[in-house]
Design a protein around this ligand. Structure first.
Ligand code: MTE
Ligand code: LUZ
Ligand code: MOS
Length: 762
């Protein structure tokens, strides 16, 4: 089934926050943010700004009726800086004016006096100075200290991975106005309506029932609107609360780039031990997470790094330690993969280092150590329906790996200035929020008198197709045409206490709630139909079936069609509405022992990436990405393939060209789209072959269709190692750093001992 939004998207009729028709008297917001990375803040001077024509109000921390606090895990983040600023881009004031341009002009007139304090932007330096967020955590398995003695080879090293900008097409934004009796309604581009509701209530000091949050869709979120969409929603709500006028706050792209957090950069130490026949027997890793200035979601991201520290491999002796390090950067946050990619990158770096030192192909080590059925992860859970080996061998066959290797070897022998490299990247990603309590969802389903259906859930649509999947579930369980289903906005008054749309689990969890509601409704309709068809006895509803909008009685088609059934049920006073609740069963985790069974299931797959490096220029192309992925029984192959392709490209971007640069004073240097390059059509792999592995799926996946949102991003790690292998084909003698992204500049520096200068004498 095609995406239900396809027509309105193509016609430009889909509504985003900036498209909502504004009410008369609407005010526009512009945020004034800290120009300094760290320092003591004197009272901001807003008088010039406040006197400008069209400016209605300048809001600062002093105007907050409730708490100046928006922390999601820990209460350490003010809405507006007060007394101290902690990063360049930290909001200090909100200007409200009659037009956006006036608001922005006024914001530029605000003056602040900041006495500088020391600045830290490096996570290792933060760790040395004890600037940690929470306590470091350690996951372990076996006995690592003894294990080293049994190793024939031990290698150590450092791996670095950079941050990543979400670059959702729709920037952060919200629209808010007051309703009667002190209520407030907020339209937001947001993955977490309930978090917005709760935080607005806290900042305004009103009960949650006064706050209604409504999300039609997001023009992309990618994790960047899991916690950080809240800030702007709360500001709009606060502005509306204070001025009693509607307030619209949509960030300009450059403000969004500067003020919001990104994927966490990590710096890590690893040590890997192998036997003579390349079995990995020991792995030790220390992660230094660059968390930024406030906690945000960093401890949860850190936790997922630990969960995925050993990637797709079974390692019997493991010690993985992770520390969240507080720096003077914008608070880094959720981004597709949520710490998982950072953990897996270090494991792959360790294997690459071992392979290079031993003179074997990394894939030999990778393949040998893949997870098998029943293997334990360091956190105690064991693999079930493990597809790691199946995906690997299937992709080897599909891409004809022997011929491919031969082709690459011949190419490399024939070419001096161009070199090719191949890399395998196996992925194993756990599905569920790692915080157990977050694994709950709800749905509200109405059948209207004409037989059409309205479905509300806690999931937000951000381009990943969750609304289409919800419509499919409802259509299937009620056995009606998908045309009869409408997916409503995500609204806190219809489905309450929702978890963010995140962790790739929204289709599963919200879908299961829709399925439950649908089953309850069809059960009720069948009981009614049984009576209508002359079977008053209890249990007779078991004879009734609804198939393609038609009622069947003991397998025989009756004259009773869906429309008449629904209308008849209504007249007979049958409740045609159902709310259902789903909580993922069987998952648990104990943070004292760091053991449990945190994931409903794992998603598996393997990618083979081929890259070509231009050794004169340092540029490269990704020739092909061949993937075999375990989608389970995909309920929507079109959407799932789109998720895989998009995820892969985003992963390639993170590992290759997307480079976030901060100055030593914590100022974002890559602050425009000319200095922060994301993959465009010309950097897309020439070929992306994504094969759906036939598997049984998981009973905890919606309709056995496994979660797909995040896992494919990690195939992008293969691009890093394919490029690295191409460089090594040119320079076997040279020790290369394990540092991502591998930008063309870095490729060039790896290829030549001395950077070539135009006037150079070399
Ligand atoms: N796809 C699109 N088009 N836009 C997005 O913002 N977010 C990703 C992924 N795919 C995203 C996307 C992230 S970070 C997650 S967690 C999942 O979608 C969330 O949706 P799901 O739980 O329905 O998979
Ligand atoms: N968000 C979250 C996530 O709060 N918890 C998670 O475990 C998670 N995992 C992936 C992406 N977002
Ligand atoms: Mo995705 S990082 O879970 O929003």
């Amino acid at each position: 089934m095609k995406n239900i939004d396809i027509t309105s998207h193509v016609r430009g009729e889909s509504v985003y926050v900036d498209d909502i028709p504004v009410r008369t008297g609407t005010l526009y917001g512009a945020v004034f943010d800290s120009p300094m990375p760290h320092g003591v803040l004197r009272d901001p001077d807003v008088s010039d700004a406040g006197q400008m024509a069209g400016v209605i109000r300048v809001v600062t921390a002093k105007d907050i009726p409730g708490e100046n606090q928006i922390g999601i895990v820990v209460d350490d983040e003010p809405l507006f800086a007060e007394k101290v600023v902690h990063y360049v881009g930290q909001p200090i004031a909100l200007v409200l004016a009659e037009s956006e341009s006036r608001a922005m002009a006024a914001a530029r007139k605000i003056r602040v006096d900041i006495d500088p304090l020391p600045v830290i932007i490096d996570p290792r330096e933060a760790s040395k100075k004890g600037a940690l967020i929470g306590k470091p955590r350690t996951f372990s398995l076996g006995n690592i200290d003894q294990a080293w003695e049994t190793c024939d080879h031990v290698f150590e090293g450092v791996a670095e991975s950079g941050g990543q900008e979400h670059l959702y097409i729709e920037t952060q934004g919200s629209y808010a106005y007051r309703t009667e009796n002190g209520g407030i309604r907020i339209f937001s581009s947001n993955q977490s309506p309930t978090v917005v509701q709760k935080t607005v209530a806290r900042v305004l000091d009103v009960p949650m029932h006064k706050v209604e949050v409504d999300v039609r869709r997001l023009g992309g979120g990618f994790g960047g609107k899991e916690s950080q969409g809240t800030v702007w929603a709360v500001m709009a709500a606060l502005g509306a609360y204070i001025t009693k006028r509607a307030v619209k706050l949509v960030l300009h792209r450059l403000d969004d780039l500067r003020m919001t957090g990104k994927r966490h950069p990590y710096s890590s130490d690893f040590k890997i031990g192998l036997t003579e026949d390349l079995e990995i027997v020991a792995y030790e890793v220390s992660f230094y997470q660059n968390a930024g200035a406030f906690t945000d979601l960093s401890p949860a991201v850190l936790e997922r790094t630990l969960f995925h520290a050993t990637g797709s491999y079974f390692v019997p002796n493991v010690r993985a330690t992770a520390a969240g390090c507080r720096t003077n950067l914008p608070p880094n946050t959720a981004m597709r993969g949520f710490g998982g990619p950072q953990g897996m990158f270090v494991m792959e770096a360790a294997i690459a280092k071992a392979a290079e030192a031993l003179g074997v192909d990394a894939s030999t080590i990778q393949k040998k150590n893949l997870l098998r059925e029943g293997d334990a992860f360091p956190y105690g859970q064991k693999t079930e329906r493990c597809q790691a080996v199946n995906c690997w061998t299937e992709v080897e066959e599909r891409c004809d790996i022997d011929a491919l290797r031969e082709e690459v070897a011949t190419f490399n022998a024939d070419n001096r200035l161009f070199k090719k490299g191949i890399a395998f990247m196996p992925v194993c990603f756990g599905i569920s929020f790692t915080k157990i309590h977050m694994n709950q969802a709800g749905a509200l389903v109405h059948i209207y008198q004409d037989g059409s259906v309205g479905v509300s859930t806690g999931a937000t649509e951000m381009g990943q197709g969750v609304n289409t999947k919800m419509a499919q579930v409802a259509a299937q369980v009620l056995s009606v045409s998908p045309d009869r289903i409408k997916i409503e906005t995500t609204n806190t008054t219809r489905v309450a206490n929702t978890s963010p749309t995140a962790a790739s689990a929204s289709a599963d969890m919200n879908g299961k709630a829709v399925e439950k509601a649908g089953l309850a409704l069809s059960g009720r309709l069948k009981r009614f139909a049984a009576k209508e068809l002359g079977h008053p006895e209890s249990g007779a509803s078991a004879w009734i079936e609804i198939r393609n909008e038609q009622v069947y009685d003991r397998g025989v088609k009756t004259d009773l069609a869906w429309n008449d059934l629904v209308m008849g049920a209504y007249l007979a006073r049958v409740d045609l509405t159902e709310h259902a609740y789903y909580a993922t069963p069987g998952i648990h985790f104990d943070t004292d022992t760091e053991k449990g069974c945190p994931f409903a299931y794992h998603v598996y797959g393997t990618a083979v990436t081929v890259a070509t490096v231009d050794c004169l220029r340092g540029t490269y192309e990704i020739d092909a990405v061949h993937v075999v992925h375990d989608f389970g029984k995909s309920m929507n192959p079109l959407i799932d393939r789109g998720q895989a392709e998009g995820g892969i490209l985003q992963g390639i971007g993170w590992m290759t060209m997307e480079e976030l640069r901060y100055s030593e004073e914590g100022r974002l240097l890559s602050n425009t789209l000319s200095t922060y390059k994301i993959p465009d059509i010309s950097s897309t792999p020439r070929e992306m072959n994504i094969h759906f592995l036939e598997t049984a799926g998981s009973p905890l996946a919606i309709l056995k269709s496994k979660a797909i949102g995040e896992p494919p991003l990690m195939y992008g790690i293969g691009a890093y190692f394919a490029i690295r292998n191409a460089i090594r084909a040119a320079r076997q003698d040279k020790a290369l750093p394990l540092s991502a992204p591998i930008t063309p500049e870095r490729v060039l520096l790896s290829l030549y001992d001395t950077p070539q200068r135009a006037t150079g004498s070399e």
